[in-house]
Design a protein around this ligand. Sequence first.
Ligand code: BG6
Length: 466
Amino acid sequence: MANLNSDAFVFFGATGDLAYKQIFPALQAMIRHGRFDLPIIGVAKSSWTLDQLRARARESLEKHGGVDPAAFAVLSSKLQYVSGDYSSPETFRNLRKALGGASRPLYYLAIPPDLFATVAEGLASAGCDKNARVIVEKPFGRDLASAQSLNKTLRKSFPESSIFRIDHYLGKEPVQNLLYFRFANSFLEPIWNRNYVQSVQITMAESFGVQGRGLFYEEAGAIRDVVQNHMLEVVALLTMEAPAGKDTDCLRDEKQRAFRVMRPLSPADVVRGQFRGYRNEKGVAPDSQVETFAAVKLHVDTWRWAGVPFYIRAGKEMPVTATEVLVELKRPPQNVFDAITPSQANNFRFRLSPEVSISLVARAKKPGGAMAGEPVELVVRESPGEEMTPYERLLGDAIRGDAMLFVREDGVEAAWSVVDSILGNATPIHEYEPNTWGPAEAAQLIAPDGAWHNPAASDVDPESKK
Ligand code: BG6
């Protein structure tokens, strides 16, 4: 089964938000690139006609990347629609009919997690679960206990090798490049440890708010929405040891070890913020305590990383949209020429979005009589190519049964263990002004080790500037 491609693509929640924003665009892109040739079946409760679903698909593409007439015609002709209640066996009998001769379907559960068990039972009742794969979205659970219980629910119906937990960050080129860059260059390994690295900062800044998703965000907050998953995945890729081999589980085994050595966060390691105006958003409680900003100080308890602080900061309504990793190296042991302060020491900067670059900041002599230096930046900038979007990449991988870029059962639970005791109101919430870098308390958190480095606005994506 592992090597056989799925032979039908079924998405539950066909009339919903995720299908609209991600699934239709990914399907069109795969068709355009000649990477998709399966029947497509949408399933949802709404009693729509197939033509209504086609119209919805077209509208989704108009809003997200544009309609490619040829690829859309193919998408449209492959599309089928099964409407019905998920608790009704008839829905699944109709799905079985729509699947025709397909015997290895891929099910995308683009629905709330409390419906997973109902859908899994429905699939089994109609014999639709044989040789099937399922894709589920993040956040996977709300805390460690609910993630464990979701895993149990899914594992009753599917083996782990058939469950594909999406974290779209893993489908991003620059995130994969972190791993590649680390293990494809020999110059990095001797210095990639506590002897040379002073501290690491990761900033995920977004210049927009919750964009109408107030209801969703009230249940999530920045820690559940992006720290537990996207940010901790990035830390794992930065800190893990080299995988012992190329296969999927070698990589995921090492990543799992990286999660397990992250010290669980305690309230003293966390600053939560909320931008002024969040409480006026639709769906948000007038006295909401949910964070739209979080800064944490994380420790990685291994021989390699002992004593090196990892600072993570993620927030909405920041001055720019940019995600960046900054690895600060220690300063030279003595000032032979000019004095080099810790903040002037070498650093590596990995820009993950919106544009992609890797730079090394070094020092070089300033022209002139004095032996005095200045920072110079050696930059690798990737020109945007015909690269796949994360969803196109990940859906294609799931169809082929390649789980390398998906989150394993033990991985998702280990990541929840790191944040479990700081969820909810474990720490106070501090208000911050939109268009700033969050509450002042975040600066105090990092003060013992320096200051936050605020990423500059993108020079390629005007959208990211306020
Ligand atoms: C999503 C979060 O997982 O990631 C959003 O739910 C966030 O709140 C988004 O904006 C950021 O992803 P990207 O790929 O747009 O940087």
